[in-house]
Design a protein around this ligand. Structure first.
Ligand SMILES: Nc1ncnc2c1ncn2[C@@H]1O[C@H](COP(=O)(O)OP(=O)(O)OP(=O)(O)O)[C@@H](O)[C@H]1O
Length: 256
C-alpha cells in the first residue's frame, strides 16, 4: 500500500485555482521530485499534503487514513515538512531549535531527553554542520539555515520527508552531499518528496518525477519517461536539451 496518495486533489485560493485533480502516490523507499515554473503551485501542493491548508475530505490518504480525520500529532509522527522559508522570530541555538522536532514524541511539557539530543547531534554531524550546534538560528546565513531546517526535519524521524526547495540556497558541494543523503535515506526505506527548480536534481535522484504545468496539468511517472527535452521545454518555455554523457549513468539537462 502507498504511504501517501491523493485522490483528485484540487485547491483554490479565493478565486484562483492552483491545483486541479492532482493524483499522485508515494511509497516507502521512493523519491518523488516535483518541478514546475514559479507560482505554479508546488508549495501549495506540499502544504496540502501536510494539512496546512483547508482540505476537502477524502482527497489525501496517509497510510490509508483520510488526512482530514487525523490529529496534527498523528501526522507529525509520520510526516516531516521543511518549508521553503522559516520565519525565525526566536533566538534558540541550533541544537535547541532542531530538538523541538521531537515534540511529536514527547508528552505535554516534557523537554527533549538525552537520547533526543544524541540523535540531533548525530544528524548535525551527518549533514556536516555540527560546528553550528551552539549558534543562534537568527544569526545563520541563508544556506546554513536551510541545512539546519533539513536537520530539524530529519530529527523528527519521519516515514515521509517533504522538502520545499531544500537545495535552493546551498553551494554546489552541499547540493551533492544532500542529494546523496536523500538517496541513502530512501534506500533505508524513507519516502521523500522534494521540489526544485533544477532539472539536474531530478535526473540525479532518478526516481519518480512530477511536472506541474501552468494549465494545472500534472504529469507524473518514472524519471526517464518524464524528464524528456520536449516535456521540459513545454514546462519552462525555453530551449534546453536532456542528454547523456559517457561519464555519468544518469542524463543531464542544459540550456541551449
Ligand atoms: N496565501 C496565499 N493567498 C493567495 N494566493 C496565494 C497564497 N499563497 C500562494 N498563492 C498563489 O498561489 C499560486 C501558487 O503559489 P505557490 O507558492 O504554491 O507556487 P510555487 O510553484 O511554489 O512557486 P515558486 O516556485 O515561485 O516558489 C501563486 O499564484 C501564488 O501567488
Amino acid at each position: 500500500m502507498a504511504l501517501l496518495t491523493t485522490n483528485n486533489l484540487s485547491f483554490t485560493y479565493q478565486k484562483q485555482i492552483v491545483l486541479k485533480n492532482i493524483n499522485l502516490s508515494i511509497n516507502a523507499g521512493s523519491i518523488l521530485t516535483i518541478l514546475g515554473p514559479n507560482g505554479v503551485g508546488k508549495s501549495t501542493l506540499l502544504s496540502c499534503l501536510v494539512a496546512q491548508l483547508p482540505l476537502a475530505k477524502q482527497t489525501i490518504y496517509l497510510d490509508g487514513q483520510d488526512l482530514t480525520s487525523l490529529k496534527h500529532s498523528a501526522i507529525t509522527k509520520k510526516i516531516a515538512f521543511m518549508p521553503q522559508k522559516y520565519q525565525i522570530t526566536n533566538s534558540l541555538t541550533v541544537m535547541d531549535f532542531i530538538t523541538t522536532a521531537r515534540v511529536a514524541y514527547l508528552k505535554f511539557y516534557q523537554i527533549p531527553t538525552k537520547k533526543d539530543e544524541a540523535l540531533a547531534a548525530q544528524v548535525l554531524k551527518k549533514l556536516n554542520i555540527y560546528s553550528l550546534r551552539n549558534c543562534f538560528v537568527n544569526t545563520l546565513s541563508g544556506g546554513q539555515m536551510q541545512l539546519v531546517a533539513l536537520a530539524k526535519a530529519l530529527v523528527q524521524e519521519p516515514k515521509l520527508l517533504i522538502l520545499d526547495e531544500p537545495l535552493a540556497a546551498l553551494d554546489f558541494g552541499y547540493q551533492q552531499l544532500i542529494l546523496k543523503k536523500l538517496k541513502d535515506l530512501a534506500s533505508q526505506g524513507m519516502a521523500i518528496m522534494i521540489t526544485t527548480h533544477t532539472p539536474n536534481h531530478a535526473l540525479f535522484l532518478n526516481d519518480q518525477v512530477g511536472l506541474l504545468y501552468p494549465d494545472h496539468q500534472f504529469l507524473i511517472g518514472n524519471c526517464a519517461e518524464i524528464m524528456t527535452t520536449a516535456n521540459l521545454e513545454q514546462l519552462y518555455h525555453c530551449q534546453l536539451k536532456v542528454f547523456t554523457t559517457p561519464e555519468l549513468d544518469y542524463p543531464l539537462c542544459e540550456f541551449l
